[in-house]
Design a protein around this ligand. Sequence first.
Ligand SMILES: [Fe+2]
Length: 217
Amino acid sequence: MAFEVPPLPYDYGALEPHIDEQTMRLHHDKHHQAYVDNANKALEGTALADKPVEHVLTNLEVLPEDKQTLVKNNAGGHSNHSMFWEIMSPDGGGEPSGPLADAINDLWGSVADLKQLVNETGVKRFGSGWTWLVHDGTGLAVYSTANQDSPILSDDFPCSATTSGSTPTTSSTRTGDRTTSRRGGTSSTGTRSPRATSRRSPCRRARTRRGARCWKR
Ligand SMILES: [Fe+2]
């Protein structure tokens, strides 16, 4: 099935005053729709048509060379934004708990430190991009990607994201309530945190137990 823009799980104005309704409509209805349309068009008739976006992003090499960047950018934009709509909520916020909280505290000291790291990493991103909390198969890490590049391209599991550049950065929902770090944190160039935590992603467990927060791919 071709990609589709998922409906927002809340009203367009539900995130005000952090993100206004007009911004949400623009990014959800126009920008995200354009990523979906462009990706579907580029994938038409290829071996990756109708494949899940995670499969597309990890198998770009099977596409004709002149389509690979186009699909990476647009399928990445679709994947990133789909996650982004889901992890924001008018009823969100609060501290993580359980294995995810343990992993964050072990690696960075506190959620406040993680938030600081995420913000610092995002600010260093030149141009547009995303800042991620990921699980790389061995532990959590924070890094930034340019434009619409997804952690899935590196086979990492995105847990949380903030964005800057093509999307406004003034929202406290995105810059303050998501994630973050200090000890063992990473740079804006994508260096991973040096300390491993658990082979099993605490993000997946957090989702199972709490029903939210982390992106399941
Ligand atoms: Fe956007």
